[in-house]
Design a binder for this molecule. Sequence first.
Ligand code: ADP
Ligand code: MG
Ligand code: MG
Ligand code: MG
Length: 418
Amino acid sequence: QVPPGYRAHDPESLRGYLAEISAVRDRLGGDPAAWTIEEVGDGNLNLVFKVRGPAMGVAVKQALPYLRLVGEGWPLPLERAHFEHMALSHEARHARGLVPEIYHYDETLALIAMELLEPHIIMRHGMIAGTVYPKFADDLSTFAANTLFFTSDLALKAAEKKAMVAAFAGNTELCKITEDLIFTEPYMVAERNRWTAPYLDPLAASIRDDGDLKVAVSRLKVKFMCDAEAMLHGDLHTGSVMLTPQETRVIDPEFAFMGPMGFDTGAVIANLLIAYFSQVGHESAPGGRDDYRAWVLQATTDFWNGFRAKFKKLWEENGTGDAYPAPLFASEAGQKRLAAEREAYLDRLFADTLGFAAAKIIRRILGLAHNIDLEKITDERVRATAEARCLRLARDMMVNTGAYGSIEAVCGQAERLN
Ligand code: ADP
Ligand code: MG
Ligand code: MG
Ligand code: MG
């Protein structure tokens, strides 16, 4: 089943392998025998090694033929490294400096050697510690606006866009994970579901019994499956952002495919809202994290408003794709109509964003994969309290999406529920 030539590296076999790759060997410098190599993968899916030489460090990510979170019983195609590499390359072009630089890619080994991000840490850990990231909202809104706009029909010619759809169409098994784990299982009895029992039992049951919610999530699912709007990162949570207060990098786009833009923007907002509600479990005294809570909501607001402004400007200045043909809007009246249409487009994208954000929140509390923001709260009553607040907001965002006219309205509702 594993393709010929593939083997999962351990630190020693990786040393021998990298010693033969000049793009990596020369960067590390010195004698390969003196390199330090440690496996650090904390993710669910892959091996990640940190390799350090006298000159600099390199990160090496290798896909495993099974899902690490669950074990060898859940096979997963190695081709996801191909899609991750392809997505990283597009992201590097469109969002320069916001992704790790790639040094080497080996298709057979499903292996990517890239810039070692140091002293950057995973954002989720920073948010649990209460660290403020002043550049995050600006950087992530740039990342999302640029990668989504420039891979959409607003920027691309039809043939270029369809070539991208074809190039990413094969990432079906990772899409299927999303389709099952995010849009389906949390809303039914499923073996892989778990939640903070017994405290959340009634809320979990009410969600499984909520017809309006199941229709709403099914509409989002069909949008996810059908709307090839732009190249998505596909897993844009705070565990896929590595940063310092000065610098932001987005990693881990193995779920990349051509899908609805709101899935990526929604992922960012979902994870910020989860971090917001989690603070009750991380403060040493009640109210101890109030300043931090205020920053999280400000970052949420700045992310969306920044994204919207940047996306609109990109469209105004680079709207050379085959969508919205210029001759149709050439007159002064036409220009006015197009300007209004951009606002309508972004209003629709905001509604998608809120729906997908809600789906992302619910799956982290009732589905298979949970967030350490919440999981690290050892007092289960406190954790369940935070989780219930997340679920109430998410349910309302998904079913009453139209009631939220702005990101400020979402943050206001979060404050009322907290
Ligand atoms: P997975 O797909 O298994 O989630 P990730 O790409 O998210 O794998 O990487 C897992 C972990 O490895 C990250 O959470 C981070 O701690 C570390 N890591 C990944 N890429 C780098 C990098 N370029 N530099 C430093 N650490 C990294
Ligand atoms: Mg990851
Ligand atoms: Mg992951
Ligand atoms: Mg991943």
